[in-house]
Design a protein around this ligand. Structure first.
Ligand code: PLP
Length: 461
């Protein structure tokens, strides 16, 4: 592709993206495809000769887009709804052009320093003290994996030398995301050393049971290593009592990691501050700008109080990457399993500057208000019941009917293509999760979806 062709196709593509964003509301959220259908539609062998760009673009629309779940759709209410905003789309375009790889400072000075700057700005917005060192990874799962690496090294400093032990225990709640157990499995803590502590009627971790589990492990000769508490846990966006968990875990010399992958940005809102009380004393915190902070996939942020625990565990410099030492020179490879590093900070920088703290806060507030409004509509329909507290922008509810009928309701809505919601199972009950989080979502999108749910319910019961 010569520079003139690039210009032409680039302009056409920006036009395409602008049109797409303007009209995405008219598309299905879930694609109407069966497993294997996209695969079967595509050629079995790669082309031997170059194909015209226009043909590839045409196939993208016909084959790929029609087989895609549209996460950047205003009626995507599933999992935790997310946004890819115009500034972050354009910043990704630029990042691809300059193609940075921030292995170490020398391989990407601006990448390295912009990551420090944006994470310093974000830390301030979140009300976290300057002691926290920030680093970006692709996902919350990988951020938490690194938190667990640091936790183990911190609690047992000879881990690097001797390797994994089989008596270190990780505690979290029965609402915690599977990434915590997966991280523990990957690091060799062992399945039987992960405690999923039961939660109370609001799905918050029970401190009495947490302490009892720690005591039992100590009595039986195991070593409590790390507690992972959640602000905005996946099933119902429940909130653990962070301050009390930290006091308890400190008493036993453990590392405290806070999983705020979804809800973290809400710490910017004074009205949400009580949910985060005490989190500024955690040893590590994860939050994902790719979830509720207007930035496209992938970008997750880990804040660490003791960054040296991570470099002590996995820092390693092969000769070809050795550089002179300088106190201002940060080499992110010392804090990461992956050597290479995408320029994720660029899109966060564009987003933070394009919206400002006020713009981001306004969106978070709007989503929280929309969730409260939806909750009121659900409460006004006696056929339905609310299943969990609404702390943020997720509303959990169910039809007062069997699990099977609730599942039929969810399937009918999702298959219609109009909207996409998810479910969870709480105390044996099938619960519908309505997650608001896309920047384009309006009150009308929510109202229309709720009306459809009511109509479908009428047909089912
Ligand atoms: C609370 C929480 N933690 C962690 C994760 C894992 O996120 P990721 O897909 O970025 O690994 C999720 C995913 O939704 C989540 O809700």
């Amino acid at each position: 592709m010569n520079p003139n062709d690039f210009r032409r196709h680039g302009h056409e593509m920006v036009e395409w993206i602008a049109n797409y964003l303007e009209t995405v509301r008219d598309r299905r959220v879930l694609p109407d495809v069966k497993p294997g259908e996209v695969f079967d539609r595509l050629p079995a062998h790669a082309p031997d000769t170059a194909e015209p760009f226009a043909q590839i673009m045409q196939d993208f629309e016909a084959q790929i887009l029609t087989g895609s779940t549209l996460w950047n759709h205003p009626r995507f209410f599933s999992y935790f709804a997310i946004s890819s905003t115009p500034p972050s789309i354009l910043a990704e375009f630029l990042a691809a052009a300059i193609n940075q790889n921030g292995i170490l400072w020398k391989s990407g000075p601006a990448l390295t320093e912009l990551e420090q700057v944006t994470l310093g700005w974000l830390r301030e917005w979140l009300g976290l003290p300057p002691e926290y060192f920030g680093i970006m990874y692709d996902t919350a799962s990988v951020s938490t994996l690194h938190a667990l690496i640091a936790a183990r090294q911190f609690v047992v400093p000879d881990t690097r030398r001797h390797g994994a032990r089989h008596d270190l225990v990780v505690y979290t709640s029965d609402q915690a995301h599977s990434s915590i157990e997966k991280g523990a499995l990957a690091l060799g803590f062992g399945e039987e050393n992960v405690r999923k502590i039961a939660t109370d009627e609001n799905f918050a971790i029970r401190l009495d049971l947490l302490e009892a589990a720690i005591q039992k492990d100590l009595t039986e000769g195991r070593v409590p290593c790390c507690v992972v508490a959640c602000v905005g846990a996946t099933p119902t966006a429940s909130v653990d009592p962070i301050a009390q968990v930290i006091t308890l875990a400190r008493h036993y010399g453990m590392w405290i990691h806070v999983d705020a992958a979804y809800a973290g940005p809400a710490a910017m809102l004074p009205e949400c501050a009580p949910h985060f009380a005490g989190w500024d004393h955690a040893d590590s915190i994860v939050l994902n700008p790719q979830k509720w902070m207007l930035t496209n996939v992938d970008i997750s942020v880990l804040y660490l109080r003791h960054k040296e625990a991570l470099s002590d565990a996995i820092g390693l410099t092969p000769e070809y990457l050795r550089t002179t030492a300088d106190p201002r020179m940060l080499n992110y490879m010392d804090y990461s399993v992956a050597l290479g590093r995408r320029f994720r900070a660029l899109k966060l920088w564009f987003v933070m500057r394009s919206y400002g703290r006020d713009g981001i806060s306004e969106m978070l507030r709007r989503h929280n208000a929309d969730a409260r409004w939806l909750r009121q509509q659900i409460e006004a329909d006696p056929r339905f019941e609310i299943s969990a507290p609404t702390h943020f922008s997720l509303v959990c509810f169910r039809l007062k009917a069997t699990n099977q009928v609730n599942q039929q309701l969810l399937d009918a809505l999702n298959q219609s293509g109009f909207a996409f919601i998810a479910h969870t199972l709480q105390n044996g009950q099938y619960v519908l999760r309505f997650a608001i989080g896309n920047y384009m979502t309006t009150r009308d999108d929510i109202a229309q979806t709720w009306t459809r749910i009511q109509e479908l319910a009428t047909g089912l019961v």
